[in-house]
Ligand binder design. Sequence first.
Ligand SMILES: Nc1nc2c(ncn2[C@@H]2O[C@H](COP(=O)(O)OP(=O)(O)OP(=O)(O)O)[C@@H](O)[C@H]2O)c(=O)[nH]1
Length: 261
Amino acid sequence: MREEMGLEQRVEALLEDPAYTGHPLKQILAELFTEYREQLRQMERITRISDHYQSMARDSNLSLAERYQKQMRQLEKIARISDGYQHMLHDLNQALRQASTHDPLTGLANRRLILDSLHAEIGRCERNGAHLSVVMVDVDHFKLVNDRYGHEAGDLVLVEVARYLQRDLREYDLCGRWGGEEFLLLLPETHATEAMSVVERMRLGMRQLVIMVGDVDVTVSASFGVAEHRLGASVNDTIKRADAAMLAAKRAGRDRSELAQ
Ligand SMILES: Nc1nc2c(ncn2[C@@H]2O[C@H](COP(=O)(O)OP(=O)(O)OP(=O)(O)O)[C@@H](O)[C@H]2O)c(=O)[nH]1
């Protein structure tokens, strides 16, 4: 073990060993060791200065063109590093924007993005008199899914329901997660009767949806409330009407769709 140690470690170990306390050679060995370290430090310093001087001397021997080339290489290196940072910042911004506008569980638009989109769509309706329908969707007895199969299974069911709701929508429709087990659909250019037929198709399809949770097949249904935006009404008014229609569907026995008054 002792042979495996370098000379410095062996001297250090001897100096620290209490067995040699008071030994006449200990003091002199300690002084010798300190002096040895000081000389080593000075040699390292001189070597560094000399390296630096040599590099300066080399540079001063370079022609103007060579110095220019060297500067260019350094600038290119800095530009590459800066490009890397720009990309990183861009990706970070994208991720932040995605996180602030989307629901992390289902990947759907969150309440904030739904409201922004609804404001924009209602603005368009007010300008050109287009139709717009809003649909509130609430999964029926969802608490039972959590209670029976656990919260993780409940999450999985929400993800599948979200995927299903989005599946047949047009490119300019929006499906978002309003909260918990509630979803909101925005159907631009759609009047109430059209929206009701879209929703009825969805409702019937949802009953056929079989979601695998481990080795259990889970089925769900949902209640839908449809409201066509009325010119002059606020975003809140239209959402409230869709919500009230959805609650009426719940009261009427669930797994049905109601049109708002
Ligand atoms: N797994 C899971 N459960 C959620 C989430 N958000 C809300 N929930 C659950 O959804 C359930 C909603 O329950 P309720 O509001 O009583 O409604 P419901 O059981 O769906 O009954 P009805 O709406 O009256 O048909 C609650 O148990 C919540 O804990 C979620 O992100 N994941």
